[in-house]
Design a protein around this ligand. Structure first.
Ligand code: COA
Ligand code: AMP
Length: 638
């Protein structure tokens, strides 16, 4: 336990909890404010209080302008490494700033002003980052939609965010397939009630799409004209409490939740995390292997590293197959990354293809110091394998779209604490993490319960849901009064280490992607031959979990079960998107239920996962569980 003695964590955490305003005011000195806060935390504002009330700031200024002014103009800000297109592009801070100023000016000409929403539906290309920062520059609120979602999901987000403008691209690229974005964009706009006044479309050479006259504009053409005319937008001052972005995430229904991130708290917390948590210094190369469609990509491909003055790698590729399981080592070595942040699923994929780590020997990883994992539970065998191969600390950390940064982690910059496999370690400053029973009473160490965070949440955590304080309160703050409900279950051990074991709602985690089984059930139920259905997440060696759908067909349906199963699989892909990875639909005669009619999803999951299970006392007809077990066995599951 030597590491524990040397770590400053315990002192820093204690200070943050005993004097939160003093702690965060000090952290805020790392940010350039136009006007400092009147109150570091104003408990009277918002749903549970607001951080940095009265302050005026600009996030883009802090991510770009100040670094250009302070000696980092020629340092590389962003490296775009794309094995899928065979290209590597680098942008210095000065070049990034010039591009952002130009696009921001173009957006202003389309009438985008402070508070207007802009949807970004783009693949992992530098222009997507430029788009996000251009919004931040002019006070517009971006909402990035992941490229693996289908048109209907995009339409739902368009209707909720009501964007004035959409930034998009002709295509994304997946191994062996071009994902045409334009038909999805057109369909989404057709489906939505709100129509954006314009779309700016980046034509990628892999797919040139037709532009809709009067609505669509060619990105490069607009850029060329704006550069020739010397157009550039200045930073627009915004309140620290104004929204920077909305990011939609799966809720318990098919309607996603619009998580709001504000400007001030986000700047302060992300800047604090880059060194204190991740141990990265300004000027160093950092790689976050996620997608800008997810919160991890927002915080640690774009904002965190740039606010910090680091160099950020954006990787358009996969851990395996682009071209092989050595791809991650190649990127780390080629660009001199000091740390990588990715999801455990990526390492499971690499381990499967190259279990002995043979490809590792080809690369010089001498600069590489730490591997960070998050997005799903880091299973101990994968962590151990990564430790053995890389011979650097492998740090699991836990967070959610809602929090925007880590809730529990191992703060490398403050001094690493001992790693316990299966635990993301300890709460970060500002988070009082409790494990409670149904009556919101803290439970004893090593006892499972609901994991909750005492209000107020620290800076960067969501102040509310977009235009929906009521849903925010209802979904997060009502069940455990005085707390934010994480919807994760787990326990704390005698050393205060947090163990996150799984969700308490119907959210599943597929390859680090958060998905709602309730949303999938809505799609299955819409099939004309389906009377009833249930979707569960079942164990998967590679992706952690994958969805499995059970169908009960309407009486009198004579069509082949196989055809119907194939149709519902296609329907989920069409309505939610390929990212749902919904490939297994099984027809059964009936679903197991309690006497009050509740489907016994928990027991079905245990059967599918091959875990031990006991007959629920409230079951209506025990024979149905044998039928479910039999149906799963026929498909090779359980
Ligand atoms: N646009 C369009 N389609 C996409 C997409 C995108 N941006 N991203 C994924 N998809 C598609 C995939 O092509 C795949 O389609 P398929 O069913 O036709 O094969 C489907 O969505 C499922 O994708 P995914 O779950 O990513 O599976 P995969 O088999 O392509 O790859 C891994 C598996 C483990 C290699 C991959 O998930 C991975 O690289 N994970 C790394 C970590 C990560 O991204 N974490 C996210 C949060 S931190
Ligand atoms: P997302 O909002 O997409 O980032 O997903 C958040 C959810 O992913 C959390 O509520 C957890 O269920 C899960 N999760 C993320 N990181 C971890 C982790 N390190 N350990 C266990 N679960 C995690």
């Amino acid at each position: 336990m030597n590491a524990r003695k040397k770590s400053r964590y315990h002192d820093v955490y204690a200070r943050a909890m005993s004097d939160p305003e003093g702690f965060w005011a000090e952290a805020a000195t790392e940010i350039d404010w136009i006007k400092p806060a009147d109150k570091v935390f104003d408990a009277s504002q918002g749903v549970y209080g607001r951080w940095f009330a009265g302050a005026v700031v600009n996030t883009c200024y802090n991510a770009l302008d100040r670094h250009v002014a302070n000696g980092r103009a020629d340092q590389v800000a962003l490296i775009h490494d794309s094995p899928l297109t065979g290209s590597i592009a680098k942008f210095t801070y000065r070049q990034m700033l010039d591009e952002v100023k130009t696009l921001a000016a173009i957006m202003q000409e389309f009438g985008v002003t402070k508070g207007d929403r802009v949807i970004i539906y783009m693949p992992l290309v530098p222009e997507a980052v430029i788009g996000m920062l251009a919004c931040a520059r002019i006070g517009a609120v971006h909402s990035v939609v992941f490229g693996g979602f289908a048109a209907k999901e995009l339409a739902t987000r368009i209707d909720d965010a009501e964007p004035k403008l959409i930034l998009s691209a002709s295509c994304g690229i997946e191994p062996g397939r071009i994902v045409k974005y334009k038909p999805l964009l057109d369909e989404a706009i057709d489906l939505s009630k709100t129509k954006p006044s314009a779309c700016i479309v980046l034509q990628r050479p892999q797919e040139i799409c037709a532009l809709t006259p009067g609505r669509d504009h060619d990105w490069a053409e607009l850029r060329g004209k704006a550069v020739a005319a010397g157009k550039a937008a200045d930073c627009v001052p915004v309140a620290a409490t104004d929204p920077l972005y909305i990011l939609y995430t799966s809720g318990t229904t098919g309607i996603p939740k619009g998580v709001v991130r504000d400007n001030g708290g986000h700047l302060v917390a992300l800047k604090w995390s880059m060194f204190n948590l991740y141990g990265v210094k300004p000027g160093e190369v950092w790689w976050c292997g996620s997608d800008i469609g997810w919160v991890v990509g927002h915080s640690y491909i774009v904002y965190g590293p740039l606010i910090h003055g680091a160099t950020s790698i954006m990787y358009e590729g996969k851990p395996v197959g682009t071209p092989d399981a050595g791809a991650y080592w190649r990127v780390i070595a080629q660009h001199g990354a000091v740390a990588l942040f990715t999801a455990p699923t990526a390492f499971r994929a690499i381990k499967k293809e190259d279990p002995d780590g043979k490809l590792l020997a080809q690369y010089d990883l001498s600069k590489f110091r730490t591997l960070f994992l998050a997005g799903e539970r880091a299973d101990p065998p994968t962590v151990e394998w990564a430790e053995q191969q890389l011979k650097v600390p492998v740090i699991d950390h836990w967070w959610q779209t809602e929090t925007g940064w880590c809730i529990a982690g191992n703060p490398v910059g403050l001094g690493q604490l001992p790693v316990k496999h299966g635990s993301p370690t300890v709460p970060m400053p500002g988070y009082q993490v409790d494990v409670v029973d149904e009556a919101a009473r803290p439970v004893a160490a090593n006892t499972m319960g609901s994991i909750v965070i005492k209000l107020p949440m620290p800076p960067a955590c969501l102040p509310t849901l977009w235009n929906n304080d009521a849903r925010f309160k209802d979904a997060y703050l009502t069940e455990f009064p005085g707390y934010y409900k994480t919807s994760d279950a787990g326990f704390k051990d005698e050393d205060g280490y947090v163990f996150v074991m799984g969700r308490t709602d119907d959210i599943i985690n597929v390859a680090g992607h958060r998905l709602s089984t309730g949303g999938m059930e809505e799609v299955l139920a819409s099939h004309p031959d389906v009377a009833e259905c249930a979707v569960l997440g079942i164990k998967d060696e590679l992706k952690g979990e994958v969805p499995c759908g059970f169908l009960v067909l309407k009486a009198g349906v004579t069509r082949s079960q196989g055809d119907i199963e194939r149709e519902v699989v296609a329907l989920v892909r069409e309505k939610i998107g390929p990212v749902a990875a919904f490939k297994l639909a099984i027809t059964v005669g009936r679903l197991p239920k309690t006497r009050s009619g509740k489907i016994l999803r928990g027991t079905m999951k245990k059967i599918a996962d091959g875990d031990s299970w006991s007959m629920p006392a409230t079951i209506d007809d025990p024979a149905i569980l044998d039928e479910i077990g039999g149906a799963l066995k026929e498909r090779g599951v359980g």
